[in-house]
Design a protein around this ligand. Sequence first.
Ligand SMILES: [Zn+2]
Length: 206
Amino acid sequence: MKLPQALTDLIDQFEALPGIGKKSAQRLALYLLNVPQDRLLRFSQALKDLKTRIKKCENCFNLAEENICPLCEDANRNKNVICVVEDPLDILVVEGTRKFNGLYHVLYGRIDPLNNLGPDDILLPQLFARLSKAPQEIEEIILATNPNMEGETTAMYLKKRLEEFQNEKGSKFKITRLAYGLPMGASIEYADYGTLGRALDNRNEF
Ligand SMILES: [Zn+2]
């Protein structure tokens, strides 16, 4: 039996999304067939608006509806502390901690030699262009790339480049990396040696 073309087209679109297999794609398409038309229109409108209404902030490259994102617009935030993250969603999580009052820089990826992604394939040149505007005013750069091999590679590379930048511009700022440790609610028994070793290295006075 062959499904109607309109349905097959939709299934193909779903199947092209990450993490969705053929069965899930079919289920989603059939589910949408039973959804009221006005909801479908809202869904398709949201898809249409996705690329046209969303821009990247000209300063930090966070997703925004204006040229400058609300975080960069906020006069209460410390513009001289910059937290470098891999993806815009990372900002949401850091903001959720309510412990950070600086600004961000989104790299949109990580250095990943196995997949041929080098420093110029992510928004690193943009970071240095931004820092060059007022190199003496920078207080701290926080390297908040992921604690995996690619994130580490990116952080190491960035640290080296930032140190060169400091030498070149005669500026002094702290370069920090998020601490490694045990996740909340975890038990030591199940921790891997790498995580536990890092947690020991970074232990705090209690
Ligand atoms: Zn911004």
